[in-house]
Design a protein around this ligand. Structure first.
Ligand SMILES: [Fe+2]
Length: 347
């Protein structure tokens, strides 16, 4: 046990210092339960394996991985959980599926809002939920989240399902800033400003601005860069070129951010290798890959965003603690149902 703990601290210390992962080289594999799409994490995992010799095995699912781990209990093969949204990590912790792992050195590399106060999860990347506005039909350069309720936007907003995690997080932030009653009024007004029933993902909202169905799309920042640079889907470049990025803020805060992140499974069978992987994912090297390949904002200070992302200029992140937001998400989801948001305008 002592030697295992020693190994862990050696791995983390070496990682923090920017050295290799010699200890992990003896190990075999890390089993990943991932809510994140595989292609978004593959380059970082490949680099980790090249560096350490440790293989990674991924089980990907959009839903149900926490439930699966709970059902597997002590025999779960999962070592880590990767998520594109902080709420899954908070949920995993609340279901006692995780264990604390964050060393003082790792904690010091990350902003306070990017980690669980008890060290059960950390953020790996950040993204803002922004307005992508038609270059042709929107003159405004500043729009707050509250102003999306202004009747001047009637029939002009496109947004994916209100129940999608990206939107329930945004609506939960509105509840935190404005309270439930005001958020409900805001949500009804935004619903009535929609151009159509919510459908598709964030990219499709921008496509609909491009084709003239709406003037404003709500989307995560990295989609803007991915559409502009995705060689497999070159038609999306025109979608991205048709819009500008506006960083909305809450009147009492900054731009809403969410994070992708990682938690260590409570019964991780390959704990040492898992910790080495987590340490690698927070290294300057992996953070730079996240920035360049996925166009997400690095969580580690000093690692720059990609040139494309930097071109949108500076912005101010909201400072609401992410675990609080996660708690308000159920309320947000109830409000989405209550106002019939996904039925579209005037429903
Ligand atoms: Fe996404």
């Amino acid at each position: 046990m002592l030697s295992a703990l020693h190994k862990i601290s050696v791995c983390l210390t070496l990682a923090a210092a920017g050295f290799g992962f010699a200890d992990a080289a003896q190990a075999q594999e890390v089993n990943i339960y991932s809510y994140r799409e595989v292609q978004l994490i593959e380059p970082m995992l490949k680099a980790f394996t090249e560096k350490t010799g440790v293989r990674t095995n991924i089980v990907f699912a959009r839903d149900g991985l926490n439930e699966r781990m709970a059902a597997e209990g002590r025999n779960s093969p999962a070592d880590i959980i990767l998520s594109a949204d902080v709420s899954r990590l908070v949920e995993a912790k609340s279901l006692s599926l995780t264990q604390p792992f964050v060393s003082a050195a790792m904690a010091a590399r990350l902003p306070a809002m990017a980690q669980d106060p008890e060290g059960h999860w950390i953020a790996l990347t950040m993204r803002a939920r922004v307005i992508l506005a038609s270059r042709e039909r929107v003159a405004e350069t500043e729009i707050s989240y509250e102003q999306l309720a202004d009747p001047k936007w009637k029939g002009r907003i496109c947004m994916r399902s209100g129940q999608h995690a990206y939107n329930t997080a945004l609506i939960a932030a509105m509840v935190a800033h404005k309270g439930e009653a005001e958020t409900e009024r805001w949500l009804i007004a935004v619903r009535d400003n929609l151009a159509q029933r919510p459908a598709g993902g964030d990219r499709e909202q921008v496509r609909d601005v491009f084709t003239g169905k709406c003037d404003i799309a709500i989307a995560n920042t990295y989609y803007m860069a991915l559409m502009a640079t995705d060689v497999k889907q070159p038609q999306q470049k025109a979608w991205a070129n048709s819009v500008r990025v506006i960083f909305p803020e809450f009147s009492s805060g900054g731009s809403h951010i969410n994070v992708s992140g990682v938690a260590l499974a409570k019964n991780a069978p390959h704990k040492i290798e898992a910790l080495a992987l987590i340490a690698y994912l927070t290294s300057d090297n992996a953070q730079a890959l996240y920035a360049e390949i996925n166009h997400e904002y690095p969580v580690v200070a000093g690692v720059p965003a990609s040139k494309h992302v930097q071109s949108w200029g500076p912005w101010k992140a909201d400072t609401l603690p992410l675990d609080n937001l996660s708690m308000l998400r159920k309320k947000a989801s109830e409000l989405v149902d209550k106002v019939n948001f996904d039925a579209g305008p005037n429903s």
